[in-house]
Design a protein around this ligand. Structure first.
Ligand code: NAP
Length: 649
């Protein structure tokens, strides 16, 4: 019998005793795996995450968690050839799988490096600057983030079995919160293979990740206010889960990424012959054929100026004529199968429903001749392009989650923001135009209804990552119909799994709590120059007060000669008097910075390696010839770079 996929629960692999659901190969119909979670103790899984996984992760600093992610990503990267083989059974071509598998591993690497660069070597993250509250400076405020004490339950969609797991797991690991992964049944065999390697790698502490392979069962019954449900899938399932007591009564955090009627707007300037017209044709055609259109970010509504509709249809037709549908194991195939016959039938039904408001201008949802495959056993479908024929709501409401898009003509002076908004909120939209005025207006109208907007033109085309690809550096999610959630976005993605708390107290207290020196807190004179103190021995608040130095006219003139900066405010007394800010010659700001270094640097070889730069440098007060300056430096924050042998002060 076909292999039953195991779950990983409370430190052990568990195989359900029943027959389970048989998952079949999307292209051949052959059985691939069986899936069942019958008998799995989900309460024990949640307990294990809270008792073992969470504390294990939180014994590591942010820096150590980032290092663990790098180890994990490196391990998965070495094994990815096997995932690519398994991915073929989901109907995906090798190119499709790259976005899922390499994209997922790449996202893990990105979170590792963002963590190493941006998070402290500690357990608590200060958010923003200190807020002065009391007039005397003895009472200040500071926002901080700490790890939630619960568990992240991921419930994932079938279309990204690897990326969908890793894009949520990586930020949760950085945040110090354990995860239970519940994959979609239809593609669980691929997620399971990656999960086996995650566990085998030993990169993460025990309990940091568990695998619930099969029905979610009653797992939500065990979740509460310290937990997060990170859902990706259909709006219908999201609504059901959002209504669970875990969310409505016990206030578990609920993040949903759901379906989305994403639009792509062609600008009126982008006529035939312009690079933007060609880019649009390429982007729309690629979007509906990548993963056979089964991407939540796929272009479902192609908004085109009325005058360009015929040209766009011809352009898309010419490109889609080259698409080869069939078994993704055949090298000539450029579009594989949908994930299942059930999914194909749902898409056909959706196309039929869209037919009430649109005519088919390319493809036939009921007919396809797949290469190297039996059309009765594989879930194949030809790309279909529809043209909206009136002003009905269907194209803005019905998501055909397959290789389908609807062209929506718009007239001169149309309110494109309002047109985009008819989708009820989307993950992503794109605007393809080389006219900055058009782009500005389209962005202003459409942005409130989108999580991400791609503006594509001839200048960005070569480097553009495309309409449909979420980037780990940028937020992914969208308002309304798209689920109202948000993921990714660099370190923002980590904060979704942490609690923000406003702390109030004295500067000394906040310095002690955050490990970051706060203005007004006690300073310490270490009796030796701070440049002579090794990283480990330097204490937050260690300070140095320099000698004074008088700034002279000769300094200013020598600095002007050396730097070439002869700005009148430094060099011309008469002109400088006319300047309302200075009322006479002043020293160069950059001279003051250079002179400051001369006052505080301790020149001999020692623990200091380099000057990393200056954040938030401002010149607040003019310094005139005859004024005296001095420098006070305090050690504000220290962060050791994991594995680097040095850190930043
Ligand atoms: P789905 O049917 O809603 O399933 C999504 C996940 O929810 C699966 O893991 C499924 O498990 C689980 N699930 C279903 N019913 C559940 C319940 N009552 N309790 C707990 N879990 C439950 O969606 P899908 O068909 O897999 O995915 C396609 C949809 O996802 C499309 O509409 C697409 O737009 C959307 N999507 C959105 C994003 C995004 O980032 N916004 C990304 C990808 C896909 P089983 O598989 O075991 O039933």
């Amino acid at each position: 019998m076909t292999e039953m996929l195991a779950s990983y629960a409370a430190g052990a692999w568990y195989t359900a005793p029943d027959e389970g659901t048989v998952v079949v190969d999307a292209a051949t119909g052959d059985p691939v795996a069986r899936v069942s979670a019958t008998g799995l103790d989900t309460r024990e899984m949640v307990d294990h995450a809270r008792r073992v996984g969470g504390p294990g992760l939180r014994r590591l600093t942010f820096q150590a968690r980032a290092a663990a992610l790098k180890e994990l990503a490196t391990h998965l990267d070495a094994n990815k050839a096997a995932y690519h083989e398994l991915s073929l059974a989901t109907g995906a071509t090798r190119r499709d799988s790259t976005g899922d598998i390499d994209g997922g591993i790449g996202t893990t690497f990105v979170f590792s490096s963002r963590g190493r660069r941006e998070l402290p070597d500690g357990f608590l993250l200060a958010d923003g600057d200190v807020e002065p509250i009391g007039k005397e400076g003895t009472f200040v405020g500071q926002h901080v983030y700490t790890s939630l004490r619960g568990v992240v339950l991921q419930v994932n969609a079938f279309n990204f079995p690897v990326w969908g797991m890793l894009e949520k797991l990586a930020p949760a690991v950085l945040a110090g919160v354990p995860t239970i992964v519940k994959p979609a049944t239809q593609t669980a065999h691929l997620t399971a293979a990656v999960m086996r390697d995650i566990i085998a790698s030993g990169a993460l502490p025990e309990g940091a990740v568990q695998f619930l392979c099969g029905s979610a069962g009653d797992v939500l019954d065990h979740l509460g206010g310290e937990d997060v449900v990170a859902f990706t899938g259909s709006a219908t399932t999201a609504a059901a889960l959002r209504g669970n007591d875990a969310v409505t009564a016990r206030a578990a955090r609920f993040n949903a990424e759901t379906d989305s009627l994403n639009c792509s707007i062609l600008g009126p300037d982008a006529t035939v012959g312009t690079p933007e017209f060609d880019l649009y044709i390429k982007e729309v055609s690629r979007e509906i054929t990548t993963k056979a259109g089964q991407r939540c970010t796929c272009i479902r509504r192609a908004m085109v100026p009325e005058s360009l509709v015929d040209d766009v249809i011809s352009g898309i037709r010419a490109r889609l004529d080259k698409v080869v549908v069939g078994n993704p194991r055949n090298e000539t195939v450029t579009m594989g199968a949908l994930v299942s016959l059930h999914q194909r039938d749902e898409v056909r039904d959706a196309v039929a429903a869209l037919g009430r408001a649109a005519e088919t201008v390319y493809g036939d949802p009921m007919w396809v001749e797949p290469v190297d495959a039996d059309p009765e056993r594989g879930a194949f479908m030809a790309p279909v392009v529809l043209l909206a024929t009136g002003d009905r709501p269907e194209p803005h409401e019905i998501e055909a989650f397959g290789p389908v898009t609807t062209l929506i003509p718009y007239g001169a002076g149309a309110d494109l923001g309002a047109l985009a908004a008819r989708g009820g909120g989307s993950l992503v939209g794109s605007i393809v135009s080389y006219d900055p005025d058009f782009v500005r207006e389209a962005v202003a109208g459409a942005a409130p209804y989108h999580g991400r907007l791609l503006i594509l033109d001839r200048d960005s085309a070569a480097e553009s990552t495309g309409h449909g690809t979420p980037m780990p550096q940028l937020v992914h999610g969208g308002p309304g119909r798209a689920g109202g959630g948000e993921e990714l976005g660099g370190i923002r993605g980590v904060l979704h799994y942490m609690q923000r708390t406003a702390l109030q107290g004295t500067p000394d207290v906040l310095t002690a709590v955050t490990g970051r020196w706060v203005r007004g807190a006690r300073q310490r004179d270490p009796q030796v120059h701070p440049f002579r103190i090794p990283f480990g021995a330097l204490v937050i608040g260690d300070s140095f007060n320099s000698q004074e130095r008088e700034v002279t006219l000769a300094d200013i003139e020598r600095f002007a000669a050396l730097s070439g900066d002869h700005f009148y405010a430094h060099m011309d007394e008469v002109a400088a008097r006319r300047n309302p800010l200075f009322g006479g010659r002043v020293a160069h700001g950059y001279f003051l910075i250079a002179a400051a270094a001369g006052l505080f640097v301790e020149p001999e070889f020692g623990p200091v390696l380099a000057n990393y730069g200056i954040d938030a440098l401002r010149f607040l007060k003019p310094v005139k010839p005859g004024d005296r300056i001095r420098v006070r430096i305090s050690c504000k924050e220290k962060s050791l770079r994991a594995g680097a042998g040095y850190g930043e002060v």
